[in-house]
Design a protein around this ligand. Structure first.
Ligand code: ADP
Length: 781
């Protein structure tokens, strides 16, 4: 039967009753289908014959009686349907009733006719209906097949649940993924039942021990409309689960096997963490010998040197310090990247952290003739909880850059309250400068490691491109954000906002403040437990120079034995030593009843170190490289005294000034600032009163020499020596020292030559002081 015509070209009637067959044929004739030249009606009297004919002739439609000699009831229909799955079948029945109608449709018929009750018109309609319906059903079946083969062909597991969360369909891949639950995968099973059963069978390793919770979480995720999860199956494979809700409430799910991807990701992460750990431990290990090098250089530079030697030593010191800075940067960055950087959460005073940090860099700014200032919002609480060391590290980096990239103008550090609540405060810090600025297109890149805004930067300004990478990672660790606002040629503003906890009360007392400026000369019996020979020499020389008596222990066990055998006022304890480390040694020493202070010496910058020291029974600690003044002031502080200034001065290293021809610099303000722990305010207070004192002492010395009064010469030169040393007037200090010694020996003949030298020193010193003061006042706003 073609699409347009309503006349079938062949009708197979499977009917054993000749009378019933004649009735059908009569109606077909009435319908006008039986033409003289061709009769479309074919007759078969048994099911077997009907099936054979249907297969052979492929009629347009089959009229099928269900009660035949060789078959009866729905079995007849099912058999015919199976024999010719794609031909339309109209059932001929004597029974009227809905149940039959339902059954015949279910069993594959397209329509039915009740025998004796249809005319040609009803026959025509039934045939047309059956043919059209069959065609549509075929089309649907084809589409379903295409869809199903498509879904089977994809490499991923597919599953479909209906709006009641019952399984509608899943593909073979899905079955094979959940092979251990193949028996559960029958259409109609609910997702919840499926999951619960699998958990019961131990098929989700992640669920073990928290089954109910796991099921609840999984169901909650499943009920959301869009999810992506990563699950590991009991067989170790990783699945990415993607589920989407359709508009009619079905849930379509994919399971993508990402085991290879996941393994590769884990391997890459492990490799990256291993690289960072390697870098961290290498830079850590390299710091110890670097400290030794720096310490020895400091000692060498404290000895008599020619100007050439001093210059070489200074170059070596500068290189060693740069290398140490680089090592520290790499250590920091790799620690952050390996996830090993832990922040402290201690009480601190933000105002003093900011002013100390600014002070540390103010000298560099002033040397470049830059004004540097600090603006602190008065609403900032007196105490905050957070990591002051890292905060100061970020600011030092930003200030350092601001000073480095600014040739004239001003650098400003500002801190303001962004948000202040009962629980905490968000503080906005900014470092702005009037420097070269950063072109917009380069601003995105500067926070990446080893990146500089333009390639000429290293040549012109130096640097490694690590500073901002560390800053941005530290800020992120602190849960904050950092941003830059800059324009080429117009300066830059780096701004970061970080949250802090709030805390009432006073600051933590463990970390000492800058030592008090007192003088006292107490000899202590010190046990030094240190295994590194360079560090041993350095510490012993510094301590001996300071007048202390030092006993050396080569390792932790020796330290325990010595500490318990003799009397010591103090122990300096290296942490990493052979046989027994500093913590173990300290515990044993404390257990043996030793009550005096024990100071740890460590190159470890690890979080929680302070707590470990305290727990082991240590009193305090010093980080390596240990600067001589820090060591002495720590000792003095712990023993309730400030360092002996004269001794500390000897242990410190005056840095040569610009006068390359002279061994001792006229005015070494950097050295003076070191003595003052960077407190430029005190230096700026001392310098203006110096010229008057110099004039007075100069007259006194000249008079005493003229009168050959050795006692007066000794006293006056002693006094001038003290003041000169204090401000970094090294040349004057040395000449005074010689004069003093000469006077003490009573050799008045050498006075004249030394006096000329002193006059020359002072002639250079007075204008140097004036120059320095002028430079500082020009730089201050
Ligand atoms: P480094 O200073 O060691 O090169 P940083 O990571 O601290 O590395 O800075 C990266 C780059 O960002 C610098 O090389 C410079 O080009 C640019 N930069 C940073 N701060 C400033 C600033 N205040 N003014 C101008 N350029 C800056």
């Amino acid at each position: 039967m073609s699409n347009g015509s309503s006349r079938p070209s062949s009708i197979l009637v499977v009917e054993d009753d000749a009378g019933d067959f004649s009735l059908v044929r009569a109606q077909a004739r009435l319908a006008g289908w039986v033409l003289s030249e061709k009769d479309p009606v074919i007759w078969a009297q048994t099911l077997a014959e009907g099936m054979a004919t249907a297969r052979r002739e492929a009629p347009d439609v089959i009229l099928l009686d269900l009660s035949l000699p060789d078959s009866s009831g729905l079995a007849t229909l099912r058999a015919m349907r199976a024999a010719v799955p794609d031909l339309p079948i109209i059932v001929l029945t004597r029974v009227q009733g809905l149940s039959l109608v339902g059954d015949v449709f279910e069993a594959g018929a397209q329509d039915y006719l009740v025998k004796g009750q249809f005319n040609f018109d009803a026959l025509g309609r039934a045939v047309r209906h059956a043919v059209v319906r069959n065609r549509l059903e075929q089309k649907i079946a084809v589409n379903e097949r295409i869809l199903a083969t498509g879904i089977e062909a994809i490499d991923e597991a597919f599953v479909l649940f209906d709006s009641d969360d019952r399984l509608v369909f899943c593909n073979e891949k899905y079955r094979s993924l959940y092979a251990g639950s193949a028996d559960l995968m029958v259409p109609g099973v609910t997702f919840e039942h499926f999951i619960r059963e699998r958990v019961k069978r131990g098929q989700y390793s992640a669920a073990s021990g928290r089954e109910d919770e796991w099921v609840a979480e999984r169901l909650a995720a499943h009920r959301q409309s869009n999810i992506q999860l990563l699950h590991q199956l009991d067989n170790g494979r990783w699945l990415r689960i993607v589920e989407r809700k359709t508009a009619d409430g079905h849930i379509v799910g994919f399971r993508v096997d990402v085991t290879e991807l996941q393994t590769a990701k884990e391997a890459a992460e492990a490799a990256s963490a291993a690289k960072s750990m390697f870098l961290a431990s290498m830079s850590h290990e390299m710091r110890t010998p670097m400290n030794g090098v720096l310490g020895m250089l400091e000692l060498v530079s404290a000895t008599e040197l020619t100007s050439g030697q001093r210059e070489y030593i200074e170059l070596a010191q500068n290189s060693a310090r740069s290398l140490l800075v680089l090592l520290n940067d790499i250590l920091d960055l790799s620690k952050i990247e390996a996830g090993k950087m832990e922040l402290e959460h201690v009480k601190f005073e933000p105002r003093s952290v900011l002013s100390e940090t600014l002070r540390a860099l103010s000298m560099c700014a002033q040397e470049k003739g830059l004004a540097i200032d600090l603006q602190i919002d008065e609403r900032i609480p007196d105490f905050l909880l957070g990591d002051p060391t890292r905060l100061s590290q970020i600011i030092i980096n930003l200030l350092g850059n601001a000073i480095k990239f600014t040739l004239k103008g001003r650098v400003t550090l500002a801190a303001a309250v962004e948000e202040l609540g009962a629980e905490g405060a968000r503080i906005a810090f900014s470092v702005s400068d009037t420097g070269i600025g950063i072109p917009r297109e380069q601003q995105g890149a500067i926070f990446a490691a080893f990146t500089q805004a333009d390639t000429t930067t290293t040549r012109k300004f130096g640097g490694t491109g690590l500073g901002l990478a560390i800053c941005s990672r530290l800020v992120a660790l602190m849960q904050g954000q950092i941003e830059v606002d800059s324009e080429a040629g117009r300066g830059s503003v780096f701004r970061f906002v970080v949250p802090f906890g709030l805390s009432a009360g006073t600051a933590d007392s463990f970390q000492p403040a800058v030592p008090a400026d007192l003088a006292s000369d107490v000899r202590l019996r010190i046990l030094l437990a240190e295994d590194n020979p360079t560090n041993q020499k350095y510490a012993m020389a510094v301590l001996a120079n300071a007048g202390h008596s030092v006993t050396l222990a080569q390792d932790g066990e020796e330290a325990v034995a010595q500490a318990l055998a003799a009397t010591f006022d103090l122990i300096l304890m290296d942490v990493e030593m052979p046989r027994l480390d500093g913590f173990g040694a300290t515990q044993a020493i404390r257990a043996g009843g030793f009550a005096s202070p024990i100071i740890a010496l460590t190159a470890h910058a690890i979080p929680g170190f302070r707590e470990r020291c305290l727990a082991a029974g240590m009193t305090d600690y010093l980080s390596k490289p240990v600067r001589s003044r820090d060591l002495l002031s720590k000792i003095a502080q712990i023993h309730g005294r400030a360092p002996d200034r004269a001794l500390a001065t000897e242990a410190l290293v005056p840095v040569a000034g610009s006068q390359a021809e002279s061994v001792a610099p006229v005015l070494d303000t950097a050295y003076a600032l070191e003595l003052l722990y960077g407190d430029i305010d005190i230096l700026l207070m001392l310098l203006p009163i110096m010229p008057d004192q110099i004039a007075a002492d100069r007259l006194e010395i000249a008079g005493a020499i003229a009168g050959k009064d050795a006692v007066r010469v000794r006293k006056a030169s002693h006094r001038l020596k003290g003041s000169a040393g204090q401000i970094g007037a090294i040349a004057t200090q040395k000449t005074c020292e010689l004069l003093e010694a000469t006077a003490a020996s009573g050799n008045c003949d050498a006075f004249v030559e030394l006096q000329q030298q002193l006059e020359a020193d002072l002639d250079a010193l007075v204008p140097a002081i004036a120059n320095y003061l002028e430079k500082c006042s020009a730089a201050t706003p």
